[in-house]
Design a protein. Sequence first.
Length: 259
Amino acid sequence: DKGNMFPFLQRCCFHTSFKVQKLPGPRLLLYGKNKTTCCSLSFRLQTDVCLFSRSPSLNPASVYATKLQAFHTSPPFFKKKTPKESETKEPGVLERSVESLKDSPKPALYLSLAGLIPFVSVPLAMAIQGTYYPEAAFAQVMYGAVTVSFLGGMRWGFALPENSPSKPDWLNLANSTVPLLLAWQALLFKDVTHSAVMLVLTLGITLHYDVALLPPYPRWFKVLRVVGTVVMVLSLLATAALKTISEEQLSNSKHKWQN
């Protein structure tokens, strides 16, 4: 029995020393502070290893690997958080509008800008010369009425093709005739100021039709319509303002002559 006991103790002690050497730092500190706990733990480990070693189906290498896995604690791996990329600011309304104008066909862009010249030139010329010309103001109103009629008639051309997303129904075709009637009404006023105000309202209605009521229009055309409408409205209002200023100057000069 002594011959069998000595190999048994040697084997158990070998396993114990091997386990203690492989213990991580926190385990060794715990062993130094509390010997009773570590001794009981070592005794349990020795017993488990001896039992595994007696089993004929398990070799020593597999037993060592199994026990080492129980004590192996890999340090936590913290993934470095990459700094968040600076969020790209979305372009504003003005930037998107400029990009849409760049995407518009060149003939449509240049012809639309050229069509604004008669609107801008009338109040600009009168402001430079400091004189109000009724004939030039009436010519501007007539050109505005023709432009409004053209903008209204575009809906017919857009709705009539068979593959058009807009249908030739009562809504589309009737709305296209409303600007024509309002432009005709603007020409019936004797006062140019009233005609200019009527055309401003008509331009607002046609812009609402093209931008809100007919979404299939391309974005570049809608932006072009907004820019053109703003320029035409400001030009008509400038002419009306120059007319009012001219009338006030004439009335003041008359009062001076009378006095």
